[in-house]
Write a protein that binds this ligand. Sequence first.
Ligand SMILES: *Cc1c(COP(=O)(O)O)cnc(C)c1O
Length: 423
Amino acid sequence: MADYGFDTLAIHAGAQPDPATGARATPIYQTTSFVFEDADHAAALFNLQVFGNIYSRIMNPTNAVLEERVAALEGGRSGLAVASGHAAQLIALHTLMQPGAEIVAARQLYGGSINQFSQGFAKFDWHVKWADGRDPESFRGALSDKTRAVFIESIANPGGIVTDIEAIAAIAHSAGVPLIVDSTFATPYLIRPIEWGADIVVHSATKFLGGHGNSICGVIVDSGKFNWGGGKFPSLSEPCPSYHGMRLWETFGDLAYAIACRVLGLRDLGPALSPMNAFLVIQGIETLPLRMQRHCDNALAVAHWLKRHPKVAWVNYAGLEDDACYGLHRTYCPKGAGSVFTFGLTGGYDAGVKLVNSVTLFSHLANVGDVRSLIIHPASTTHRQLEPEQRALAGAGDDVVRLSIGLETVDDIIADLDQALAA
Ligand SMILES: *Cc1c(COP(=O)(O)O)cnc(C)c1O
């Protein structure tokens, strides 16, 4: 499989005709549990001596196809599918963190991730040091001996920033910690973070991977390359009490991290993905390369048009030649700068509210990466819970409007913005 091109992997990786029925599409194995061959087989499964299906909270054959497919597209060693993008972040970090430990994260994250990191994780006594996603050196300044992971987005929400993954990976590695990249906005079609030094990739497959706005889903992909020795990551290097003192890294090598996420994180925290949603996301991924290219082409056309509009103060889209991130876009994602970007209205907060009330083809909602074009005014919605200063730092000031450009005829997308801006 590994030798096939990206478009072939998007359709075939991880899947075979169903061995029981010959079904060509991946069946939805809608079952909670799986029958053991005999008592010895059951014991071996529970001891992690053989891999196999026990219970769908931990592993399911439909979900396994999705895991292998996304891992193949990212060029990773192994994957784990979970119930949401936030669950992927939780489990990816749960494997690495202990009470008192710190994450160094880019300040320019999805608004929900800022809440999860600063509030939800604080209840586990995990703490965040924020750095500037546009300034790799700021990550070095935020590292301490308590740091267990560095976390960034490859294309950051909502400011449309392309992050210098290679530079930040080098800084994380200098401190002996892995770089986790949320690559939801890029998808492996645009950027494969592992090729730039990332150790772990997480996705909200809810967005472009699924692509059709019908399923919440998250995926974790491990590169299999990080060295878990040295005592910072006891879940991986030290004897594991729930598996008879087995040391996961020593036993499973480059599969250890993904196994730990599954048999410790997912087992104990429980955000399992429904096989139905795995099926829908698999279906979406089959057309990912076609969809992502059209998303990017439409977004570039809309960004150029907005740039010339008198009511538009600025447009932040890395695909525009005068954008601060244009150079990083040419390096990291030359096929396109994604389909999510922000622009500023000369009329500020009120003009933003008026615009979202006046569109007709665009849907006003809190999602991105749908076939449909979407619009939101972050200051009055997704970033409402943040302090005004935090909002501005996250690229969600009062005048900011965020678009997620869909796959409609581009002239229709522009015509809708044109009439709504005139209103
Ligand atoms: C949506 C999103 C998430 C959270 O994913 P869910 O599937 O909604 O839990 C995380 N990161 C980014 C960049 C997102 O867009």
